[in-house]
Design a binder for this molecule. Structure first.
Ligand code: SF4
Length: 184
């Protein structure tokens, strides 16, 4: 005769296993890397992370740690057949920001997830050079790519707003009207 507590234990085990499998399959479908979530901003509640050295800031949607490896994850609700330039620069900025916030850890790549597709973006010296180069242009001239929007919310959420001369947000955080030089 099967004992009652054993039945309860078996049902609980099956129930927990089902939840675990469901969570795993959800992570896989969202291309979330395996590991422990050490930061989350999917609901907009993550703290702002900064690179003091470069004067940039950002809030990745998620940061996953596996051993000594740190992986930023960014989700975009749009679709794209290849990563968009602005999203790539955002990821390059995250690499620099996380290197300051997680010293001594390895940050080999980040995941850029669109609705249907996901891309691995490498933290390479070439991509760092691209980041430093655009930051230099943003700081030192008005010649960098032309802003093509007047969306202050976009500038407010942008990692580059503190160095971008075409930002619609003043350093104080107040919106600024500057329609004279539209940029990406
Ligand atoms: S114009 Fe706004 S969104 Fe574009 S790079 Fe500058 S701060 Fe960012």
């Amino acid at each position: 005769m099967i004992q009652f507590p054993l039945v309860i234990l078996s049902i609980t085990f099956i129930f927990l296993l089902a939840i675990l499998l469901k969570l795993r399959s959800r992570r896989r479908s969202l291309a979330i890397p395996e590991g422990q979530e050490v930061y989350q901003d999917l609901q907009g509640k993550g703290r702002i992370l900064r690179s003091v050295e470069l004067g940039i800031s950002g809030k990745p949607d998620m940061i996953v740690r596996k051993g000594r490896t740190i992986i930023p994850y960014e989700y975009k609700s749009t679709n794209a057949s290849s990563p968009r330039d602005g999203h790539l620069y955002q990821m390059f900025a995250y690499f620099a920001i996380l290197e300051e916030n997680y010293p001594g850890q390895s940050i080999p790549y980040g995941i850029l997830k669109y609705r249907e597709t996901a891309f691995k973006v490498h933290n390479s010296s070439e991509n760092r050079w691209k980041l430093l180069s655009i930051l230099d242009e943003m700081r030192n001239s008005d010649r960098h790519a032309i802003r093509n929007h007047n969306n202050r919310g976009k500038c407010f959420r942008c990692s580059f707003r503190e160095v971008c001369r075409q930002s619609l947000i003043k350093p104080s955080g107040n919106p600024q009207q500057d329609d004279s030089h539209p940029r990406t």
